[in-house]
Design a protein around this ligand. Structure first.
Ligand SMILES: Cc1cc2nc3c(=O)[nH]c(=O)nc-3n(C[C@H](O)[C@H](O)[C@H](O)COP(=O)(O)OP(=O)(O)OC[C@H]3O[C@@H](n4cnc5c(N)ncnc54)[C@H](O)[C@@H]3O)c2cc1C
Length: 482
């Protein structure tokens, strides 16, 4: 049964209150984008306060065949939160409470919009940590992390989000509220929790998450290895792992990114460096000393021109602020960046980055590289200006070439940002029709009507990049910043 626009607003208002239903065009514009380059305006945005309201909203959408898109903080980099088919966007921002921190069981239960860093800061007060730390952790939500199976610098040693989610409360398509997983690390039966994590908002809405906490390490040391070029820094990554140790984090920042970072803050990266490698080791004081005894010679062997350890916590924060603020800093070099998220075997990093450089020359776009090197997770950021006619199309084409290079090198389409809208056309590079049919069957088991986040992950359906953006640029007029 279809529902008229006014009637829909009335029904939504009955569930969340009229003030929590946004439908004026200027309000909706805030929800048309995420961190990627696509945009689309939802029909209506609702801000529920609790699981019961989410359940009633979803049931309403289900009854009337209206698409539902969940939204955390909107920092996603693959277009996941964009309501590409219109419909109802459920913005979870009001569900932002930490419900429980349990030191004995080493777990926390949170509502979906809790900001990743807020959770970590809170549990550190009790001597614990929440390990997955996306570089967006000041802004991104745990619900968004669950949906994207987010990674981060320290996931090298501790594993990505799925390794830290014990249980979930989720709302399924018909509005039913289900619990997946448990409060323990073992759960009987099929691992439905595991299937849900990384499902990119297509299986349901996560309304609470119970996550594993780890003890905060007693000692931490952060090293900065300086290199004249990126290949040497890549070799250092393999050399360190080759010594049989796994640092907590190994992050690469290339020359162009160093330039951007140092122009907006002093992160302590030398202006003349070809690449900086940040390596962090953790453990007891003795363990950290032992790890240092491996890391330093490995860096020197790989021709690092300077190796220094952060002198104190403030110095360490400074090194990390450069890495975590790198994408924002790219704004000092160009109005737009298109971040391509691929992953390759670690040993292929140097060879693949050479090809990235070739693409940069061929398409005449500067490409900055800042990435989780220890995981082989590449993030070439193509710098461009979408106001220039045709640039967006050429940038997306160059992005496609970069993904093909990753796949050819034995890697895959996404290290951590998901497929979403942005990469669905490239799925056949990695998956056969049979693979995708199998995945669709799993999706159908959770959401038989495909109500959640339609038009994502699988090829087909609307592709926004090529039509919406130029329209927006045209509407705003020449020279305008869109
Ligand atoms: C500067 C910057 C740095 C980044 N660094 C990293 C990084 O190091 N590692 C990394 O993995 N990612 C990184 N990202 C990408 C992004 O921050 C992550 O994908 C993050 O997990 C998205 O969280 P969010 O709350 O912003 O989700 P959103 O963008 O709001 O949504 C992302 C997807 O999750 C779905 N969703 C959101 N909440 C729920 C829910 N409660 N239930 C079901 N589905 C939901 C949405 O429908 C959408 O499909 C970075 C992004 C930026 C801008």
């Amino acid at each position: 049964m279809s529902l008229g626009a006014r009637q829909l607003l009335r029904e939504l208002g009955k569930i969340v209150g009229r003030d929590n239903v946004l439908h004026h065009p200027e309000d909706l514009l805030v929800y048309e984008y995420d961190g990627s380059i696509d945009r689309s305006v939802p029909q209506v945005v609702v801000l529920p306060a609790n699981t019961e309201e989410v359940s009633r909203l979803v049931a309403l959408g289900y009854r009337h065949g209206i698409p539902i898109v969940g939204r955390g903080s909107g920092t996603g980099l693959s277009g996941g939160a964009i309501a590409v088919m219109g419909g109802i966007q459920i913005a979870l921002a009001r569900m932002n409470r930490i419900l429980e921190v349990n030191r004995e069981d080493r777990l926390a239960t949170v509502q979906p919009a809790v900001i990743n860093l807020n959770l970590d800061n809170r549990v550190r007060q009790s001597g614990m940590r929440y390990a997955p730390d996306p570089s967006s952790q000041r802004a991104c939500s745990i619900g968004g992390n669950v949906a994207e199976n987010a990674g981060g610098p320290h996931c090298l040693a501790y594993g990505v989000t799925t390794n830290h989610v014990l249980g979930l409360e989720v709302v399924l398509e018909d509005g039913s509220i289900e619990r997946l997983g448990s409060r323990t690390r073992e759960a009987l039966g099929y691992d439905l929790r595991g299937a849900f994590v990384g499902s990119e908002g297509t299986f349901g809405i996560a309304t609470t998450a119970t996550v594993r906490l780890l003890p905060a390490p007693p000692a931490v040391k952060t090293f900065q290895g300086v290199f004249t070029d990126v290949p040497s820094a890549c070799n250092a990554v393999s050399a360190i792992i080759g010594r049989g140790i796994v640092p907590a984090a190994m992050e690469m920042v290339d020359a162009l990114t160093i330039k951007a970072v140092q122009s907006v803050m002093d992160a302590g990266y030398p202006d003349s460096a070809g690449a900086v490698l940040l390596i962090e080791v953790e453990g007891t004081a003795d363990e950290v000393d032992e790890l240092e005894a491996e890391v330093r010679p490995a860096l020197h062997d790989a021709r690092s021109t300077d190796v220094r350890a952060a002198t104190d916590a403030a110095d360490r924060d400074r090194l990390w602020s450069g890495r975590k603020g790198a994408l924002g800093a790219l704004g000092s070099l160009a109005p737009n960046y298109y971040l391509v998220d691929g992953v390759v075997p670690r040993t292929q990093l140097a060879a693949v980055l050479e090809k990235v450089e070739e693409i940069s020359k061929e398409y005449r776009f500067p490409i900055a590289n800042v990435f989780h090197a220890g995981d082989g997770n590449l993030h070439p950021c193509i710098l461009f200006d979408e106001r220039r006619e045709g640039e967006l199309e050429r940038v997306t084409e160059a992005g496609g070439e970069l993904l093909k290079i990753c796949v050819d090198a034995g890697g895959t389409l996404s290290g951590e940002h998901g497929i979403g809208l942005e990469k669905k056309a490239y799925m056949p590079l990695v998956f056969t029709d049979n693979d995708m049919e199998t995945m669709l069957k799993v999706r159908q088991a959770f959401a038989p009507n495909g109500t959640f986040n339609p038009g994502k992950i699988f090829p087909g359906g609307p592709e926004l990049t090529h039509n919406i953006q130029p329209q927006a640029v045209a509407m705003a007029g020449p020279g305008a910043y869109v």
